[in-house]
Write a protein of this length. Structure first.
Length: 491
């Protein structure tokens, strides 16, 4: 009864005309910047932050949150149509979404990502509404050793995503880990592998890496082959509908992906990218036809999409109840609240119940608006595939360059995306999968930081990684996953 009363209290805020307007504004902007390769929700939130100074704090956080999870919806569009992941989490969508588009099933892929995103978001919302304080206490159980072991487990999941060749997958993981330590050392301040370039002192740009190895490599390959093997489809609303078998395959995949994403969202720093990779790896391992993955399997598309959207909603739990931002976007959210004199932390819900429950109800409103916005746009997005490729690829490259440059205002990032495009093309020709590299690159700095912190706290005692029950469980799962991969290869 308390939950219903709290939701009713939140509805009085979230369903007001002004709150619905700001929610609509936020999700629409989020969807648009999500579609544009490389832009992402963070620049949009940063640009609109001054606007929040003049509006009600509850409406301000509703609008900013809408941009954040709206970007998760839009991020899959460029991945499916053009193989361009605008965000790290959208890189997994390329693996199955782009092959579906090449088969003339882009509208089905776009429709199912909208449905999967809605399902994942709703699971995340229910968690936020029902268990926020309890789950926040659970997140506190994770220390440096637990986070390190969790990320090692995620890397094994990434290796599983790479396919049947374990050595090639693990090789890409190692390359990703090495690329991730480029830049200034957090502890000593020493510059590592920067070769005297100040532009990469803070590390390589993740968007440049992801779009290079996935999107630009595909563009170069297509230009070199002088063909674009995409089957054009005549769009209609009936063409968006998946088959009954695809619905059957998608339903449990969305459930599993949502659960994985919700857990990842609760843990500060885990992030949507890790949740998406793990969700995809789980589907790959559970599938009776793993050899068909990478060729347009619907469950390989819907599980990661559910995961990254569940993460986006659940990420508000540690942000609001612990005051611990999981990523840069959540850090800006905390800044927006503090500007209004509101400090996130253990007392946030008790001191600001109307704002918290208004935000929760706005999640329901925003996600329904996003589905209503996304489905009619499916026909517009699929018509992009009818543009002649020799006219389309220069536009794509310009958008990629603008998106990458806008993040750090660095010309070096444009050269990086081109360099990683060539690297991705060579690796693809040699049969090395790009997905493990991207996740390893994302996790590398956090892995190093937590590894060193755990050893500092334990005074150099490596047993700290197995004496912690949570850490030991994750390392045990890694060992099991390794044994499964080895024995399945031999069989």
């Amino acid at each position: 009864m308390d939950l219903l009363a709290n939701l009713a209290d939140g509805a009085s805020i979230a369903l007001s005309w002004s709150a619905v307007f700001y929610c609509f504004l936020g999700v629409t902007l989020g969807m648009i910047v999500g579609v544009l390769p490389g832009i992402g929700p963070l620049p949009a939130i940063a640009m609109l932050l001054p606007l929040t100074f003049y509006i009600d704090p509850s409406e301000a956080i509703i609008m900013l949150a809408g941009i954040y999870y709206g970007g998760q919806y839009g991020g899959s569009t460029a991945s499916i149509l053009l193989n361009l992941p605008g965000t790290p989490a959208a890189a997994v969508t390329c693996l199955e979404g782009y092959p579906m588009a090449k088969k003339g099933r882009a509208s089905v892929a776009l429709f199912m990502t909208a449905i999967a995103s809605l399902v994942g978001s709703m699971v995340g919302i229910v968690l936020v509404a029902s268990f926020a304080p309890v789950l926040a206490r659970f997140a506190l159980e994770f220390g440096a050793a637990e986070y390190f072991s969790l990320m090692v487990f995620a890397l094994f999941a990434a290796a599983a995503v790479g396919g049947s060749d374990i050595l090639k997958s693990l090789s890409m993981v190692v390359i990703g880990l090495i690329l991730g330590i480029v830049g200034q050392d957090v502890t000593s301040g020493t510059f590592r592998f920067t070769f005297g370039l100040p532009a990469i002192a803070d590390g390589l740009n993740i968007v440049a890496v992801a779009m290079g190895v996935f999107g630009v490599s595909e563009i170069i390959s297509t230009i070199a082959m002088r063909s674009h093997a995409t089957t054009f489809e005549k769009f209609s609303f009936s063409s968006m509908m998946p088959t009954r078998e695809e619905w059957r395959q998608s339903a449990p995949a969305m459930g599993r992906g949502s659960a994985i994403g919700a857990v990842a969202g609760i843990l500060p720093g885990a992030g949507a990218a890790m949740a998406s990779f793990v969700a995809y790896a789980v589907e790959l391992r559970l599938s009776r036809v793993p050899h068909l993955f990478g060729k347009g399997r619907i469950e390989g598309l819907t599980a990661p999409e559910s995961a990254n959207n569940a993460t986006a909603q659940a990420a508000f739990i540690p942000t609001l109840t612990l005051g611990v931002p999981g990523d840069a976007v959540m850090a800006v959210m905390i800044g927006a609240l503090m500007i209004h004199g509101i400090t996130p932390g253990p007392t946030f819900i008790a001191e600001n119940p109307t704002m918290f429950w208004g935000l929760v109800v706005s999640f329901f409103v925003g996600n329904l608006l996003l589905v209503l916005l996304n489905i009619p746009f499916v026909g517009i997005w699929t018509r992009l595939l009818q543009v002649p490729y020799n006219a389309l690829f220069p536009i794509i490259l310009v958008l990629v360059s603008i998106g990458v440059y806008s993040i750090n205002s660095s010309v070096v990032d444009i050269y990086l995306v081109l360099g990683f495009g060539i690297f991705g093309l060579v690796m693809a020709r040699l049969g090395f999968p790009p997905a493990p590299l991207v996740l390893a690159f994302i996790l590398s700095p956090m892995m190093e930081e937590n590894f060193r912190r755990a050893l500092l706290l334990s005074r150099g005692d490596f047993s700290t990684f197995v004496t912690s029950p949570i850490s030991a469980v994750f390392l045990g799962l890694c060992l099991v996953a390794l044994l499964i991969m080895v024995f399945s290869k031999k069989m």
